[in-house]
Design a protein around this ligand. Structure first.
Ligand SMILES: Nc1ncnc2c1ncn2[C@@H]1O[C@H](COP(=O)(O)OP(=O)(O)O)[C@@H](O)[C@H]1O
Ligand SMILES: [Mg+2]
Length: 442
């Protein structure tokens, strides 16, 4: 009957449109209610096939009872003569129930004898294609177990806005691939290296820090050897800015003197660091932003050699001792290679926070990310030019993540710098002799 058909078609179309709209407007509930259960059942049902295809199964001898030869799951051709026999079966790693995550799902596996988590990491790309997902990340938090985390679509294609920073020296600058916030927290990771080719999003990250730190009671200091073009617009909020080599030398000397001063204060108060000082005595933390680190080390001619050596030593001292005395470094650069001199290698060792944006040469990625998992390096090399701000980040927990910074325009950073200009402590005040504990008691 034609009218019944058209009613059925109409209902189908309405359901399809409803589902489409649901998925479009409230993806999270759609995913939890409909997408995830279907995915979980499919993943469990197809796991044997997928594991076999990705080479994650092992052969085991099993007694098998069958009357129908086709039921025996084996790669070899099995001729069933008896109903009860011992045959080689492909066993798959035991899979727990997949659990939904913000951007996909994760599942724990019991790995088979002789396997290591790296076998699963090697198969990650195969798994991602088998499941039709953007990526599969492999971690292992217990011997004998691996956890696979699948992200359905690249969550870093669009990222939201920079949220306000509420905690001292802590700025949420972007989002990790896992959906969690990407936090630059100078109190846990004091010094950072931020590498990347031009247009990869280095300055965007510095802008995010300016916006995040401007309202906070911290002194911001800039080193900008590209003639000051990057940081001069933010000078209202900067307590000091060095734009030439001579100024850099002077400012670094100041920082070293400041550190020595603070050391004295801490010693008098028997404090190990400025955070153990009573709040009244605690000096203001200083965040040092360096744009184009290589410029600090590049030599036009031999006459600059001594000056560069001095700069390099001072910067290294700041990195080595700054942490305890509230001086934090954030160094950006296109290349952070050892070809710039031994000073850079030593500085790199002091910077535990590593950020690697898109880079032109594999060496820079290796230099920046150091001896992290080779998969991190592959991931860094695969960052596309169309997604500036995407980076591989290694922080305090020894793990690495793919992340993307929130877009922060120069205008936004300039606006923040102007709005909070009154919170910038004058450099003279920062440098002024620190209050001594004994002079207060006397
Ligand atoms: N997280 C991001 N999201 C969107 N666009 C970004 C992001 N980071 C950077 N960009 C864009 O990429 C371009 C280059 O970024 P920039 O930070 O100036 O790179 P770099 O300092 O490494 O040369 C900028 O025009 C900026 O608009
Ligand atoms: Mg830049």
């Amino acid at each position: 009957m034609p009218d019944q058909h058209s009613i059925a078609l109409g209902v189908l179309a309405a359901v399809a449109a409803g589902l489409w709209a649901w998925r479009r407007w409230h993806y999270r509930s759609f995913w939890l209610v409909l997408g995830y259960p279907i995915t979980a059942v499919t993943v469990l049902a197809t796991w044997r096939k997928v594991a076999l295809g990705c080479g994650l199964t092992k052969k085991r001898q099993r007694f098998w009872f069958t009357t129908v030869p086709g039921l025996v799951a084996s790669t070899g051709v099995v001729r069933v003569k008896r109903k009860w026999q011992r045959i080689a079966v492909d066993t798959k790693p035991w899979m727990w129930l997949p659990m939904p995550t913000r951007h996909g799902w994760r599942v724990t596996l019991h790995i088979l004898e002789g396997q290591i988590p790296a076998d699963y990491a090697d198969a990650a790309e195969r798994l991602a294609h088998s499941w039709g997902v953007h990526a599969v990340r492999v971690t292992s938090d217990k011997p004998g177990r691996v956890r696979l985390a699948a992200t359905i679509r690249d969550p870093l294609v669009t990222v939201d806005e920079l949220p306000p920073s509420t905690e001292l020296l802590k700025v949420t600058v972007g989002r990790l691939e896992t959906g969690r916030p990407w936090v630059v927290d100078f109190r846990t990771v004091p010094h950072w290296l931020n590498a990347g080719a031009t247009q990869s999003g280095k300055s965007n990250l510095a802008n995010a820090l300016i916006v995040g730190l401007s309202p906070q009671p911290v002194a911001l200091v800039g080193f900008d050897l590209k003639g000051g073009v990057e940081f001069t617009p933010y000078s209202p909020r900067l307590s000091a800015l060095a734009t030439s080599r001579a100024e850099c030398g002077g400012l670094l000397d100041d920082l070293v003197a400041l550190m020595t001063d603070r050391m004295g204060v801490c010693r008098m108060a028997s404090a190990r660091n400025i955070w153990q000082l009573p709040p009244g005595l605690r000096p203001v933390p200083v965040v040092v932003l360096v744009d184009e680190l290589a410029e600090l080390y590049l030599m036009a001619d031999k006459s600059e050699k001594d000056e560069i050596a001095r700069t390099s030593t001072a910067l290294l001292r700041v990195a080595q001792l700054g942490r305890a005395f509230g001086i934090y470094l954030f160094c950006c650069g296109q290349r952070i290679g050892s070809d710039l001199g031994p000073g850079v290698t030593a500085l790199r060792a002091q910077c535990s926070g590593r950020i690697c944006h898109r880079v032109n040469d594999p060496e820079t990625a290796t230099m920046t990310l150091g001896d992290l998992d080779p998969a991190a390096l592959d991931s860094a090399r695969a960052i596309a030019a169309e997604t500036p701000g995407v980076a591989i980040v290694a922080g305090q927990d020894g793990q690495w993540y793919r992340a993307r910074s929130f877009y922060v325009s120069e205008a936004a950073a300039e606006y923040a710098a102007r709005s909070y200009a009154d919170r910038a402590p004058a450099w003279a005040d920062v440098m002024a002799a620190q209050p001594q504990p004994d002079s207060q008691t006397a």
